[in-house]
Design a protein around this ligand. Structure first.
Ligand SMILES: [Zn+2]
Length: 290
């Protein structure tokens, strides 16, 4: 190459490089970079991602779907069908799936109408061994059996999306959360729920609001038992349920620590790992001081 031509081409090259470096990574790239590696699964499962909102529609629904696609690809755990078609919940159709991810749905009772048969179909599917992975407002509403299956119903969110809150790891040796911030408490910027129809004796609580945190205490919850759980696992018949209050803010979906918990949560609902689901009392360290 002639020297003159080289000097003509070099600046173009530099401009190209600069543009590439200056470009912000896409949300998909952020999720890809944050996704933890896991050992090869026993089999490739099939999951359904259902994101239809019948009430408030979260902006993070889209990144929730992206997160599931990336998780399926990078871990080999599952292939995901993203669909809002309620026909997937008909008794014969739902059997194709090893688990259902309820991705930020709201007021799901308005889709699963009484008398449609869909409510019974979903509940029977889980009782017979199906898996449920619930993100954030998947617990906003439902009919009584759905709420019972989930283990709680959204009531309010005193701890709102713009705040950074203290989270306690209540079960630091549990396989689903032992790697999350090395099993220690942590801070998270997200909208956190206060649940009604929540009863600790029916599930294994993993994470909860830190009851000794000043910043958390500034927002009052109204539960008499002071029990503000944020992530749990439970058995429902033969089925397996994992619930995460997290998932309002988009950034949560590419937080590597939250993804560690979510991958293990999926491994549990898909039957790849066995974990303790027996209820434990609120640990001493997370009882309020007064
Ligand atoms: Zn929310």
């Amino acid at each position: 190459m002639k020297k003159s031509l080289l000097f003509a081409v070099l600046p173009l090259f530099a401009v190209g490089l600069f543009a590439a470096n200056d470009q912000k990574p896409s949300e998909r790239e952020l999720v890809e970079a944050a996704m933890p590696k896991v050992e090869a699964p026993k089999k490739k499962h099939r999951i359904l991602c259902f994101s239809k909102a019948y009430g408030f529609k979260h902006k993070s629904i889209g990144i929730g779907e992206t997160m599931l696609q990336v998780m399926g690809e990078k871990t080999g755990l599952f292939e995901v069908t993203v669909s809002s078609d309620l026909a997937n919940f008909e008794p014969e159709a739902i059997k194709k799936f090893d688990a259902i991810c309820f991705n930020n749905n709201t007021k799901i009772q308005n889709g699963f109408k009484e008398g449609s048969g869909l409510r019974e179909s979903l509940i029977n599917y889980v009782k017979n061994g199906g898996g449920i992975f619930a993100i954030h407002s998947a617990t906003d509403g439902g009919w009584p059996e759905y709420v019972d299956m989930m283990g709680g119903d959204f009531k309010s969110h005193p701890w709102n999306a713009g705040g950074t809150w203290d989270i306690a790891n209540e079960d630091p040796t549990h396989p689903i959360v032992k790697e999350v911030h090395e099993g220690k408490g942590f801070k998270l910027r997200d909208e956190l729920y206060l649940y009604k129809d929540f009863d600790r004796s029916k599930q294994r609580v993993l994470l909860a609001l830190d009851m000794n945190s000043e910043v958390n205490a500034k927002k009052k919850g109204d539960r008499e038992d002071n029990d503000y759980a944020l992530a749990w696992v439970k058995k429902y018949g033969e089925g397996r349920v994992f619930v995460s209050a997290f998932g309002h803010n988009n950034e949560v979906f590419y937080d590597p620590e939250i993804l560690k918990m979510w991958v293990e949560g999926f491994r549990y609902v898909l039957g790849e790992i066995e974990v303790e689901t027996m209820s434990i009392p609120k640990p001493d360290f997370n009882l309020p001081e007064d």
